[in-house]
Unconditional design. Structure first.
Length: 244
């Protein structure tokens, strides 16, 4: 037979969903998933996105991602009804890359304050001040920020204890870095099965560490808010009679 061609790893961007109990898990097929913290050009086309093995797509409630157009389109098609959160870290990098070096440090601090605002009213005040202070000094950076800051602030819909972990893709980026570190040792794989064996073992090891470690998040405040919102949206029984 022909000699197998060498391939490099296609596993450079996995998913890291949280289950309904707030536990991080790489391998889950049936339990509801609160959100996939996803950063993966590998899944940016819909056929590959549909093959994602670890997520029950009908029960994903939130996605945190970079603003990759193909990935966002695939997400909207495959995770219909899920909330979308733009990664604040990636947006901050995009804004600072477009800003003059003289204002980057100040702008970085102001963006951090904006993204850490506790409520919408505070956000509006900080945003107006940001526009006033940087409209002339960093117009191109401000245009990028204006285009993406609403998506980056979608996390304000969540209870405050959950916001810090779910506003960025930092968690999955750390996992990606570990995968890349292991991958550089071999660099070239003889076939796809060798990739699955090596990186699959790494991901299984990480999954077991998460499963036996402390819970990543307490999602009970989220589920309580979701139940309260559903109850408020439920119309009263049409057969009920009002008694004066």
């Amino acid at each position: 037979g022909s000699k197998p061609s060498a391939i490099t790893s296609p596993w450079n961007r996995p998913q890291r969903p949280l289950n309904a109990e707030g536990e991080k898990a790489l391998f889950q097929r049936r339990s509801p998933s609160f959100g996939g913290v996803i950063s993966c050009p590998y899944f940016s086309s819909s056929p590959r996105f549909r093959q994602a093995p670890t997520v029950d797509k009908s029960q994903v409630y939130r996605n945190t991602q970079d603003d990759h157009r193909g990935l966002r389109y695939a997400t909207e098609q495959q995770f219909q009804g899920a909330s979308w959160q733009r990664c604040q870290t990636h947006l901050t990098r995009n804004v600072l890359d477009a800003a003059p070096k003289a204002v980057q440090a100040e702008l970085h601090g102001r963006l951090r304050t904006l993204f850490e605002a506790p409520d919408r009213a505070t956000v509006d005040i900080l945003w107006e001040k940001l526009l006033q202070d940087f409209a002339e000094r960093a117009p191109r950076a401000l245009a990028i920020c204006e285009d993406g800051h609403e998506d980056a602030l979608a996390v304000l819909q969540l209870p405050e204890p959950l916001r810090q972990r779910l506003r960025t893709t930092n968690g999955v980026e750390r996992l990606n870095a570990e995968i890349r570190r292991r991958e550089r040792v071999i660099r070239i794989y003889p076939n796809r099965d060798s990739v699955v064996r090596l990186l699959g073992a790494l991901l299984l090891e990480q999954h077991q560490a998460w499963a036996t470690g402390p819970r990543s998040l307490n999602l009970e405040p989220y589920w309580q808010a979701k139940r309260s919102s559903a109850a408020a949206d439920t119309p009263p029984d049409s057969g009920a009679t009002s008694v004066a």
